[in-house]
Write a protein that binds this ligand. Structure first.
Ligand code: NAP
Length: 277
């Protein structure tokens, strides 16, 4: 298995679980570092098509899970163009491609969203991820395109696990009470991606968009309260704000309907109230 972005939050957890599940793993990094037992690391800029094609020809993986995206979410080349490169290189060697997309492709105006929802992004990152989905569909029509909500863990390392205690400690900012998501645990998502990469399983045959999300929809502020309680902090101290009263561009309600994933996967997808309890 080739995993792009093993220096990233999802990629590093996925690589660890892939090794544990028995996969032989090659992982890519760009500017960062990765040291995971059993993972052979390759440094590459995935925007460089010749380098990506050469890497895939050398590695000849059965499956490619593309988690890499621009560290700067507005970096169009790293978000969109690099995905085109990965799709072309995967197709050239006949590898199963599992592409990690985002609920950011959606505007939040017509929830809930099932897999038939077409992208209608409202900001640059969502537009880049939407372009990435389109290029994957065109180049690798058999690929799985996994739409993912906020990814949270319980080891303290995800964005909102780090942000919540910082906000409580007085860092400027607040969490929206009127913007909603269906968060997923990073371990559940990783296991779902491994299933989707595995040939000979129903999930391994899935082509096109698949929502892999938690069953519970919460506001960003409610998520912060759950994280605070789990970290032994006072949930009442999580600062709140209303997106509707501020001049911000954010999809307000990107709840994902993951009914299809629940039928297809053996991995149980837990909701935030459960995994943060
Ligand atoms: N985090 C979330 O809550 C969330 C929500 C929805 C969807 N997603 C999607 O889930 C995936 C993983 O997100 P994440 O938050 O785990 O990502 P992340 O921690 O920001 O890591 C991004 C990864 O992409 C790599 N990368 C960036 N530019 C690159 C380039 N030009 N060439 C090669 N590699 C490059 C980085 O490598 P270096 O660090 O080595 O430079 C890093 O490994 C992404 O596709 C993201 O869109 C994430």
């Amino acid at each position: 298995m080739l995993i792009t972005g093993v220096s990233g939050y999802l990629g590093s957890r996925l690589a660890t679980r892939a090794v544990r599940a028995g996969w032989s793993v090659v992982g890519t990094v760009h500017g960062g570092e990765c040291s995971i037992d059993g993972v052979r690391v390759e440094r590459i800029d995935l925007v460089d098509r010749a380098a990506a094609v050469a890497l895939l020809e050398r590695v000849r993986p059965d499956a490619v899970v593309h988690t890499a995206t621009g560290r700067d979410r507005g970096d169009w080349a790293a978000v969109a163009d690099a995905t085109g490169t990965v799709a072309v290189a995967s197709a050239a060697v006949g590898a199963r491609l599992v592409h990690v997309s985002s609920d950011a492709v959606l505007s939040g105006r017509q929830p809930p969203y099932d897999e038939s929802a077409l992208p209608d992004p409202v900001y640059r990152y969502g537009a880049g991820k939407a372009a990435a989905e389109t290029v994957v569909k065109a180049v690798a029509p058999d690929a799985a395109i996994v739409r993912v909500p906020l990814i949270v863990g319980t080891d303290g390392d995800s964005k909102y696990e780090r942000m919540t205690p910082a906000l409580i400690a007085g860092q400027p900012g607040a969490l929206f009470v009127d913007a909603y998501r269906s968060p997923i645990h990073v371990a559940d998502l990783s296991d779902a991606l491994l299933e989707l990469a595995t040939a000979g399983t129903p999930a391994g045959e899935h082509a096109g968009v698949l929502n892999v999300a938690g069953p519970d929809t919460v506001s960003f502020h409610r998520l912060g309260e759950l994280i605070a309680r789990r970290q032994g902090l006072d949930p009442a101290l999580v600062p709140a704000a209303r997106a509707g009263e501020l001049d911000v561009v954010i999809p307000r309600d990107n709840r994902l309907d993951s009914t299809l994933a629940r039928k297809l996967l053996t991995t149980r997808l837990r909701g935030a109230p459960e995994f943060l309890a």
